[in-house]
Design a protein around this ligand. Structure first.
Ligand SMILES: [Zn+2]
Length: 492
């Protein structure tokens, strides 16, 4: 059996929700209100007959599959939520705002079969985390021990010995469950004596690394991670032997898992071709398509805004990379992280964002609109605060109070962190300045999209249960709430 998370399965789940007898009683309907650039359906569902509209949006970023999964699951759980009243509410649902990015990410892991899914997802989770820890630690080792003006060999060796015993970033490896065996290497280093040249030291270190590698059992995930780490270290020492001065770039463990996969298996053959050429043009690392957040044209729907720093970066011809572990992927160009728009001289909104805002706008002007949940995938956080400087004072105050109330209700069931920061840069931030009650929820505390949140079944169950409970409490609050914010002149 194939794994359950892919575009076709998503479509099947939508259809089966339409056949659910209880949801039928609630008047569930599905509309295809438009097509994306590569002719994927833009699906839109409504549930309920009430006059209070609540928007639920998932899958804005292609690799955040748990956000779509969560919304589909919420729909089938709706009849169990005490405070959902179909005569009071109409849920307006976009379960997958970015079907193209979703198809690219999920097709990349299509070879993982259902029986191994949780194990592989856990391995992916470990790799994704390990990438961060490994590179921080190795960078630090090179910086502290080798890149120092004093290169008297006795001192280099002493610095190395001290580093492996006392450096905080190095010791963090040991605290992480991936690298309990790092002590072997630390110990080997303490034994090294009488070194006369850097070449000799590097040679000796490589020899020790190889000895440890030979003793590993590569069928265990932990040992395999450790093997990658030792390999990365070896790579550093080899490059030092060869006196290469350029920045050391390692392959990423999580990308490595999928670098053989290619770009096939998508619903759109045209998209397959175009993605492949985007990868060639911008030198994106193979395997990084597992984490494809942008839409098929390479536009990141949340960065699709005039205030995005990508706009400025482009004007200055600067090259930017993602944050670790995406620090080998160029951003603000078409690709897996994505750009703010395709033509920087003539900013336009992506169709996926236009579809979404039109629905919200219509509801708002009809006086039905209550709030919007924008679901993203990892961190366990709630963004609620609109960006004050771009808003009229009174509008800001109304929005702030309302959003804060909603965020606090949500936090009680999820324990998610309520973030006090606000920003101008994202499309979600734009919506939050323009319409009241826009909360952006980062779901799973277990990160590493798309597979990381699925590495432990209890994590997925917890995400669903806690967020169902939080939404139920929001229903409870909104059912009784009278006053609506009808301000239309909120942008300063
Ligand atoms: Zn996101």
């Amino acid at each position: 059996m194939m794994n359950q998370l892919n575009y076709l399965n998503y479509k099947e789940r939508l259809e089966s929700l339409l056949e659910n007898p209880l949801l039928k009683e609630y008047g569930i309907k599905k509309y295809t209100i438009g097509k994306t650039n590569y002719a994927y359906d833009f699906d839109y569902l409504t549930v309920g007959y009430g006059e209070k509209d609540i928007f639920l949006v998932g899958g804005t970023h292609g690799s955040e599959v748990i956000s779509t999964d969560f919304i589909l699951q919420l729909l089938s759980s709706l009849p169990t939520l005490e405070h959902f009243d179909p005569n009071v509410f109409t849920l307006k649902i976009i379960p997958l705002q970015n079907p193209e990015g979703y198809d690219i990410s999920t097709a990349t892991f299509s070879s993982i079969d259902f029986l191994n899914f949780e194990d592989k997802a856990y391995e992916y989770y470990l790799r994704y985390r390990a990438d961060n820890i490994i590179y921080t630690a190795i960078q630090e080792l090179v910086r502290v021990t080798f890149e120092v003006p004093n290169d008297i060999m006795e001192d280099v060796l002493q610095r190395l010995k001290n580093f492996t015993l006392h450096n905080e970033k190095w010791l963090r490896l040991k605290q992480n469950r991936v690298f309990p065996k790092i002590d072997e290497f630390n110990h080997a280093i303490q034994e090294i004596e009488d070194i006369s040249s850097k070449e000799e030291l590097c040679g000796e270190l490589i020899m020790h690394l190889k000895q440890i590698e030979n003793r590993l059992n590569l069928s265990s995930v932990q040992d395999k991670m450790y093997f990658f780490f030792l390999n990365a270290l070896e790579e550093v020492f080899i490059q030092m032997l060869m006196e290469r001065k350029r920045k050391i770039v390692f392959p990423k463990l999580y990308q490595d898992m999928f670098k053989e996969h290619g770009f096939h298996g998508l619903q759109s053959k045209e998209l397959e071709k175009d993605i492949e050429s985007i990868y060639k043009i911008y030198h994106h690392p193979l395997g990084s398509q597992i984490n494809f957040d942008a839409n098929g044209s390479g536009v990141n729907l949340n960065a699709n805004h005039l205030h995005s720093i990508g706009m400025e970066a482009y004007q200055k011809h600067e090259v930017f990379y993602g944050l670790s572990p995406k620090d080998n992927i160029q951003k603000y160009v078409p690709g897996p992280i994505g750009t703010s728009c395709l033509n920087y001289h003539n900013f336009t909104y992506a169709v996926e964002n236009i579809f979404l805002e039109n629905l919200i706008k219509e509801s708002f002007y009809q006086g039905r609109y209550e709030m919007t949940f924008l679901y993203h995938s990892s961190g366990g956080m709630i963004y609620y605060k609109p960006y004050q400087d771009l808003m009229k004072k009174e509008a800001y105050f109304d929005f702030y109070q309302y959003n804060q109330t909603l965020a606090e209700i949500y936090e009680r069931s999820t324990n998610y962190q309520i973030l006090e920061e606000s920003s101008t840069t994202g499309y979600g931030d734009y919506l939050r300045r323009t319409y009241p009650g826009v909360l952006l929820i980062e779901l799973s505390k277990m990160g590493g999209n798309p597979l990381g949140p699925y590495g432990d079944k209890s994590n997925t169950i917890r995400v669903f249960e806690e967020n169902n409970a939080a939404i139920n409490e929001v229903f409870h609050y909104l059912k009784k709430k009278k006053r609506k914010i009808k301000r239309k002149d909120n942008n300063a």
